[in-house]
Design a protein around this ligand. Structure first.
Ligand SMILES: Cc1cc2nc3c(=O)[nH]c(=O)nc-3n(C[C@H](O)[C@H](O)[C@H](O)COP(=O)(O)OP(=O)(O)OC[C@H]3O[C@@H](n4cnc5c(N)ncnc54)[C@H](O)[C@@H]3O)c2cc1C
Length: 309
């Protein structure tokens, strides 16, 4: 029995598709299909899917690198050939306010989490206004916000499912190592984020709400949503966007992929860009920056599927 049929027979109540287009699930709207695509709409569905995946891995019917967890798709460049394996779209969303703090499922949209916590006078997440992530993706990427904020500063604990052991456990955020755009989860792809307890500050939310609105209006002017956010991480001591701008790349195109005219570290899809267009443009920038400035730019975006690099 193939992967689709196995999942279909074991999870009759879950939406499962074959050869399912991934582009609509990404902010860039680029990329080919997933060989098999399954959508977890609730926390319980997410756990059931992960348990079954763990069984299939155990039976050597699937390998870890054939499984991809899809959050809000806001940091991804999906190959034009798609993903040759199983994509699990995590839409398990929910919030629970207890003892003056909040716990949220990993599929909860970050913008919703921010507005809900501020409405309960819990501050801290306003620094991450405008970022179109889900909670799981924000933790995995340890996103950076305004005023040098890192998402890990606002995490108390993270509940995970381990695809190697089949165990669910809770990790204390302080016990994990975090850095700029770097988390424990990037080097441990077997750990799938289920939910997290946040560490926020109960206080008058007015200044936080002001910062939130101000950040939304500033970022919406120069950070277009038809992108995957910053292409490159900032190298130590520099802003990648500033270097790329100085070298005159703003507005340059390959096909429908364009270096954003308002933010040189963004590449936008003007309609029909392919993943290869995007990658060719990003690599041309990378090579030019290295040649003229001697600085190596590393990708902040994540490549999904096969690419001719
Ligand atoms: C307009 C725009 C502005 C942006 N601004 C910023 C910014 O200011 N700062 C910043 O840091 N980023 C920014 N980004 C990038 C992006 O939003 C973040 O990287 C975000 O964390 C991605 O989250 P996601 O839910 O979209 O994850 P996805 O893009 O879907 O996935 C990203 C990675 O997380 C993994 N993942 C997702 N969920 C889980 C889970 N439950 N368990 C384990 N792994 C998981 C995926 O497998 C993948 O490897 C921006 C993007 C856009 C489009």
């Amino acid at each position: 029995m193939d992967l689709y049929q196995t999942l279909h027979s074991m999870l009759p109540d879950v939406d499962i598709y074959q050869n399912h287009p991934l582009a609509p699930y990404t902010t860039l709207k680029i990329g080919g299909p997933a060989q098999v695509f399954v959508q977890a709409k609730t926390y319980d569905q997410f756990i059931s899917i992960l348990k079954l995946v763990r069984q299939l891995i155990n039976q050597n019917l699937l390998s870890l690198d054939q499984v991809f967890i899809l959050g809000a798709g806001s940091n991804l460049l999906v190959s034009d050939q798609g993903f040759p394996g199983l994509v699990i779209k995590n839409s398990a969303s929910g919030l629970n306010f207890t003892s003056g703090q909040v716990t949220a499922d990993s599929g909860t949209p970050l913008p919703f989490l921010i507005t809900q916590t501020l409405s309960q006078s819990l501050t801290g997440l306003e620094y991450f206004a405008y970022i179109p992530a889900n909670l799981g993706g924000a933790i995995y990427s340890n996103i950076h916000g305004v005023n040098q904020a890192q998402f890990s500063d606002y995490l108390d604990s993270i509940q995970v499912f381990d695809l190697k052991t089949g165990q669910t456990s809770t990790l204390t955020a302080n016990s994990l190592s975090w850095d700029y755009d770097t988390s424990h989860f990037q080097s441990n792809p077997n750990l799938i984020i289920l939910s997290a307890a946040l560490r926020l500050y109960p206080q008058d939310p007015s200044p936080a709400q002001h910062l939130y609105q101000q950040t939304l209006s500033q970022k919406s002017q120069n950070q277009p949503m038809n992108s995957a956010g910053c292409v490159f991480k900032n190298p130590p001591g520099f802003f990648a966007g500033q270097i790329i701008d100085e070298l005159g790349w703003k507005g340059k195109t390959i096909g429908d992929a364009q270096i954003c005219p308002t933010h040189a570290n963004f590449i936008v899809n003007n309609g029909q860009a392919t993943a290869q267009n995007y990658l060719d443009l990003a690599k041309a920038v990378q090579a030019d920056v290295f040649q003229k400035k001697g600085i190596k730019l590393d990708f902040e975006i994540k490549l999904v599927g096969d690419f001719s690099l």
